[in-house]
Design a protein around this ligand. Structure first.
Ligand SMILES: [Fe+2]
Length: 497
């Protein structure tokens, strides 16, 4: 009977494929045009069990002495985790220290699961650790299964042992080399089209210090199936490399479950997805009321500041100025979802320029990493004072910005998923008003950024690993930046297909 069903299955697939190709349909219909509500859920992407899955590492505390992990199980409120210094021999487990996890239920569109979190503290800087996470089994193992696992693990279902390296200690302006991958919106068709990109980025920079997601990680923040796709794509990469993220507009979603029955969907206000603070363990050092959506973290001489551009910018300005002013680090990277300079049509955000940009200039932010526009745009260093002066003197339309070789932050918008928008076009006579020196459309990209004591090297790579953009910033003793544009003049220049 089973064989018969298998044959039917294969036949129907062949028939479907044949008819698809027979009709000449060779274009993909991307997921953002579909509704997931009626989709058949793939069990491996969404169904929770007693065994920990969706394991994600990040930093809630000092990256040199701690790291945090979250994971998911179906039930099981008793969550634990173990950590030990990794060793080439298997007996490192004998030195493992047990930590108690915190558990909270998460109601999803696919049923209730349990989210667990732990922060390993008191660790040594620059050290390779092995950790595993577990939760008490809610269904007893069969006699046969029980005999096949270690005695110590029969009461708990455990993950594998996972390596994690703590950051190196850094004092003042001393930088220990940092490398990270930054990606713009993954958002749609994550399993189908984002998997290849995020895995290529890991292949490119396997010893990276962390990974940064500039918002719109999924299309609908409360949809569990989409998070299943996200974890499928990143898989164990997310458990071994610390992940940093800030929310995009798609992490703000209507919470149908909390709203209860009888409330019209359109009447439910959009709020930050319930799972954001359950999924991510980020520093709780943001402005009052922020739920790990606004924060900063210092890593080896680099300050990473995450803002939530979905909220009224003024709610974060005072905090931002304090964090920029009181900053002992040599380099400062800033990230938020909506761009200061949009790269796509009809997506300008003047309120961000009016509220935040002066502070970036005043406190010497080096690099601003953004998403949202589903295309690529990268500026030179933008000297805000100089550009405003020119706007006044030449009476040129608002939007003119001057890229100087030395002054001001560099602004980047990028996209990693398959949803693509057209580039913003600038009139020929005001071409210099285009803040972006390098642009692309229809191109999935990831960025590898390497920061040393006096040098920042930025590379944008296509989903196929091809170098698309590059620049270097050299920082002198006084902290002044010298910018070198190294965009390759290859056939992929200004990709416009
Ligand atoms: Fe967005």
């Amino acid at each position: 009977m089973q064989n018969f069903l298998n044959i039917c299955c294969i036949l129907s697939l062949v028939c479907f494929s044949s008819s698809t190709f027979a009709q000449g349909q060779n274009k993909t219909t991307f997921g953002h045009k579909r509704s997931y509500e009626g989709m058949v859920v793939e069990p491996t992407l969404s169904v929770a069990t007693d065994v920990p899955d969706r394991i994600l590492a990040s930093w809630k505390g000092d990256p040199s002495t701690s790291f945090s992990v979250t994971w998911r199980t179906k039930s099981g409120a008793d969550a634990v985790a173990e950590v030990a210094i990794a060793d080439s021999g298997p007996k490192f487990v004998l030195n493992a220290k047990l930590f108690k996890g915190e558990t909270s239920p998460l109601k999803t569109n696919l049923g209730t699961v349990h989210m667990h979190a732990v922060t390993f503290k008191g660790l040594q800087p620059g050290t390779l650790y092995a950790y595993r996470v577990g939760s008490r089994r809610t269904t007893e193992l069969s006699k046969e299964d029980r005999s096949s696992v270690e005695t110590a693990t029969t009461d708990y279902a455990w993950s594998e042992w996972i390596h994690f390296r703590t950051a190196q200690k850094s004092q003042g302006k001393v930088v220990k080399p940092v490398r990270f991958v930054y990606v713009g919106d993954a958002q749609n068709d994550i399993k189908s089209h984002w998997s290849r990109l995020i895995r290529e980025s890991f292949r490119d920079a396997p010893r990276m210090t962390f990974m940064l997601h500039a918002g719109d990680l999924v299309n609908r923040g409360n949809n569990d199936h989409e998070w299943g796709e996200w974890f499928h794509a990143g898989s164990w990469i997310f458990s071994t490399i610390p992940q940093l993220a800030i929310p995009g507009n798609h992490e703000y979603d209507r919470d149908r479950i909390s709203a209860g029955a009888g409330v019209e969907y359109r009447d439910i206000p959009k709020t930050l997805s319930r799972r954001w603070s359950q999924r991510f363990e980020f520093p709780e050092n943001g402005p009052k009321g922020s739920t790990e959506n606004v924060y900063y973290v210092d890593v080896q001489g680099v300050r990473i500041i995450g803002l939530d551009s979905n909220l009224e910018p003024n709610t974060q300005t005072e905090w931002l100025e304090k964090v920029l002013k009181d900053n002992p680090n040599r380099w400062t990277i800033l990230t938020h979802h909506h761009p200061i300079y949009s790269s796509s049509k009809r997506r300008d955000n003047p309120e961000l320029r009016d509220t935040w940009q002066l502070l970036y200039q005043k406190y010497n932010v080096d690099l601003v990493l953004q998403g949202h526009d589903h295309s690529y745009g990268r500026s030179g260093p933008i000297d805000l004072q100089l550009s405003r002066k020119l706007v006044t003197e030449e009476n040129v339309a608002t939007g003119l910005r001057v890229a100087d070789q030395s002054g001001g932050p560099v602004y980047v918008v990028s996209v990693s998923g398959p949803k693509m928008y057209d580039l913003k076009q600038y009139p020929e006579e005001t071409l210099k008003s285009n803040p972006h020196r390098r642009r692309a459309k229809n191109t999935q990209l990831y960025q590898v950024i390497t920061i040393e004591q006096d040098r920042l090297i930025y590379q944008a790579k296509t989903a196929t690993g091809e170098l698309y953009d590059q620049f270097t910033i050299n920082k002198d003793k006084s902290g002044k930046n010298l910018f070198h544009d190294q965009a390759p003049s290859s056939k992929v220049t200004q990709k416009d297909n």
